[in-house]
Design a protein around this ligand. Sequence first.
Ligand SMILES: CC(C)(COP(=O)(O)OP(=O)(O)OC[C@H]1O[C@@H](n2cnc3c(N)ncnc32)[C@H](O)[C@@H]1OP(=O)(O)O)[C@@H](O)C(=O)NCCC(=O)NCCS
Length: 148
Amino acid sequence: MASLSVVNGSQDSENLAAMHAACFRDHWSSECFQSLMEKTQCFGFIANYEQKDCGFVLCQYVLDESDLLQICVLPEYRRRGIGETLLEESKKYAQANGIEKIFLEVAVDNFSAIKLYESAGFQKIFERKGYYRSADSSINAAVMAYIF
Ligand SMILES: CC(C)(COP(=O)(O)OP(=O)(O)OC[C@H]1O[C@@H](n2cnc3c(N)ncnc32)[C@H](O)[C@@H]1OP(=O)(O)O)[C@@H](O)C(=O)NCCC(=O)NCCS
């Protein structure tokens, strides 16, 4: 089973960027993570499995609302319940800190992530048209919410 540690502000930005690059085509730089964590209120967790950091979740919050910005698990560690563990820890932290709603955006064709969010109790509330764009295509985002 994975153990979790709290994301420690900008000290973890390189680690987050490296994991993010292994999981997403359009990845965020360490400067991007660092600037985000310096300028906004964030919380997050890093999953460690057999001595290896293998995924993380990062959320931003304002008052009683939070946005789940990123969640990812390295490909070779998927389908072991690590994404679910990260999500559940985020919900626990949010609830303990007076957050009443968590929102997120997910590409409508990202079936594995949608399944994960649905099984954690998130519900789709609407779609943003053409939210994810590349040079030759665009895809809608489902906006999902978890209400405590
Ligand atoms: C989405 C992601 C974080 C899931 O991480 P994970 O550790 O593999 O997820 P879990 O093992 O905790 O899965 C929990 C549940 O989610 C669903 N699920 C996860 N991956 C799935 C897949 N490939 N196909 C179908 N269902 C899936 C299942 O219901 C699963 O429960 P089960 O294994 O008992 O059937 C991971 O696939 C990932 O990093 N994807 C790339 C990054 C990404 O798209 N992030 C989301 C951006 S919005």
